[in-house]
Design a protein around this ligand. Structure first.
Ligand code: ZN
Length: 79
């Protein structure tokens, strides 16, 4: 669970220059961009806002995203 005030400050790194890029918490371990539908994992309470993560998980349905466990520091190697 990401603090709502903190979440309001976060923006999708892909969209932020042109679009709002607001993020919503679609699961306790995933954020999703309202504009481009890229998804970003939350690892140990820290959103991993790397463009390659967003690209990898773009348009993936919430139910199909992997469960992020506390030891999954490098999400791209998991799945
Ligand atoms: Zn975006």
């Amino acid at each position: 669970m990401i603090d709502s005030e903190y979440l309001e400050l976060l923006r999708c790194p892909h969209c932020a220059p042109q679009e709002a890029g607001a993020l919503v918490e679609i699961r306790k371990d995933w954020l999703s961009c309202s504009d481009c539908k890229r998804n970003y994992p939350i690892v140990q309470c820290i959103p991993v806002m790397l463009p390659q993560e967003g690209d990898r998980w773009r348009n993936t349905q919430a139910a199909d995203l992997p469960v992020i466990e506390s030891h999954n520091r490098f999400v791209s190697v998991v799945k």
